[in-house]
Design a protein around this ligand. Sequence first.
Ligand code: 0X9
Ligand code: ZN
Length: 300
Amino acid sequence: SMEWNAYYTLDHIYGWLDDVAAAYPNVASIVIAGKSYEGRDIKGLKISHGPGRRVIFIESGIHAREWISMTSACYVINELLISNNTQAHAAAQDYDWYIFPVTNPDGYVYSHEQNRLWRKSRRPIGNNFGVDLNRNWNSNWLVVGASTNPQSLTYAGPGPFSEPETRALSNFIRSIGDKIDLYLSVHSFGQYLLVPFGNSTGAYANYYDAVNIGRRAMGALAVRYGTLYQTGNIAEVLYLATGGSDEWVKEHVRVPLVYCVELRDRGLNGFLLPEDEILPNNQEYMDGVLELIYQAERFG
Ligand code: 0X9
Ligand code: ZN
């Protein structure tokens, strides 16, 4: 089982996903996108009430130390299937959901067992370890905000999609790509809702729709506890950085609505978000996700 007052290990999260799939066999199933460098599954849960539905895709935990991201993905699953949140249950009926709580499993295990502030994957490269899996996607790879130095926290890897984790995930995403209406890449911290791209503020076809839908959703997020998120373009409100999953999903899969979410907080505790903030973070985030869907249906 899972509660919302503690961070859990990879084994616990993966065991819980298996339990959920077993408890809701007609609706939930395990999906494995592929394997990490160290041979761990990249495991997700698919929720589907039947054929023909559009898809909402949630990718969490690509950065190992951002533990609130993994638990927020589990919380979405909880709300869609287990809780008595009627709006969430309706969203579970209306869409197929693919939710991957831990897309960098090797890094996550390492952040539990060796170094709490580990960010990257764990593939050895010379004397160093790991690639920033959010710089390794084949969209403006290595253009800005990414490094060729394997020591760097933002090492982009030797080439686009050089890493087993990004290859597996991108292949899986592509296989269902034309069905995806909404893609969330979930990180911490900073309280941002970001739209592509990471190197320009250039307005593409639905840029202003995406920003407006996002602003409305972050308004709904703020209602419960007053938590303020800033909505805007990556390059404008965060920093210049390319090769992220969000950019590739927007540019190459052409998903209409793609957001990068930076969850709590604004830096007081940063990656070490206290456990008593897990539940409120996850509750308000779910409010925001449901409002994103509602606004996307109205204006998207
Ligand atoms: O730098 C990142 O990868 C993300 N911030 S974090 O502090 N969680 O590392 C932001 C990613 C935004 N998207 C792109 N730059 N494509
Ligand atoms: Zn991150």
